[in-house]
Ligand binder design. Sequence first.
Ligand SMILES: O=C(O)CCC(=O)C(=O)O
Ligand SMILES: [Fe+2]
Length: 274
Amino acid sequence: MFDGASVELRKAVFKASEDVFNLPLETKLSTKSDKLIYKGYLTIPTMPLYEGMGFYGVDSPEVVDELTHKLWPQGNITFSKNVQSFVEKLIELNVKVRAMTMESFGLEKYIEEHLNSAKNHLQLIKYKGVDNDNTEGNLGFEPHIDRQFLTILCQNDVVDGLKIKTKDGEEWIKAKPSQDSSFLVIAGASLHLLLNGGVFPPLHRVVITGKKDRYVAGLFLPPKEGLIINAPEEIVDDEHPRLYKPFDFQAYLKFTNTNTKGRDLSSLKTYCAL
Ligand SMILES: O=C(O)CCC(=O)C(=O)O
Ligand SMILES: [Fe+2]
């Protein structure tokens, strides 16, 4: 699925991403939407090195075209074509991973329904490199679990920074892609809930150490608006009792947005465990 041509495509997307973040601030701000925080330009006051550009519903060419037009009113066909082709590859990978995951839990009959229950969201991310010798590194992204079903990340080859907490909570390990064609797949809270705790959503954070800017492209799979997540009966029994109340993603988003420190597994449990 990811051949030489895809590696080229990926390079083109990171080049495109540089172009996006190099645009004047007013242009980037013109894409900001107050309806959904993750549509358009995103900065987060507590994470000064981070800038994001979100394409919510990215599988629809209109979404990419509309945002491209705001960024380059004179047009930029190369940008929208590269983003669309790249997203197609990421979506293919996401479908495979989610179908295989459902299969491994014996939930074949829910695959279709599950695949249709998510939106495709592309987030281009830039972390500004730092010019200081803080050996601990500088905060790029606060520790958190992802809230969606699944996250697929790829980064520009030269700069690492993503760290993942081991399941026992003992240490942070570096998530280092093995080669420039690799992707990192992270399970999020919504998949954890759907599978009654069967997959683990890891705590992760980003630490920036060098002068080089770090670019990441991530496909996020948030549940569609209105979906209520509840683990299927087939995976609930005396040995695996139901762990969570029916879960409304939008309400959880609101809860975690007003409480940024609450994005870990224990606060998810406080929020909706039975
Ligand atoms: O920058 C990264 O590698 C991870 C970003 C991330 O964790 C997120 O956007 O949720
Ligand atoms: Fe994350």
